[in-house]
Design a binder for this molecule. Sequence first.
Ligand code: ZN
Length: 145
Amino acid sequence: MLLNQSSLNATKTIDLSTFAGSDGDSNFFPKHLAREDNIKFLARLSDAFNASPRLVLAIGGRVEFINQLPVGYASFLRPEVYEDGQRVDRFVYGHPSGLSFASLVAFAEHVLMIMKKEVKDCACVNCQGAPVPAPRFSAGFHELE
Ligand SMILES: [Zn+2]
């Protein structure tokens, strides 16, 4: 795809929930944590995305994420205790590995692959660090017949 400077300067308004290729799974949402407001989260995610020249180039311009996260993903508020006190950190849940994203930059990488419909080839930390899923137990053990 050829890109000219004007297309790179234009901001694309994107609703991530409209992309069919999301691998998010709301079964991994924590039940005891409060959700972060979507609009605030999407503003932070847009900033993280636009701060990466590589991501901006990959999608062909700056982005303004609106409305919703990719289907099956949500940001949650998680209180953490540090040496200098307690604060609330924010984590994105829904990755099929069950891992949460602590980093907006890492999640932005994953979002890029959802938008490109190439999430199976994603190189983000959670896709690369995902443990091999344990085999599901069958109904029982059967002797070889
Ligand atoms: Zn990924």
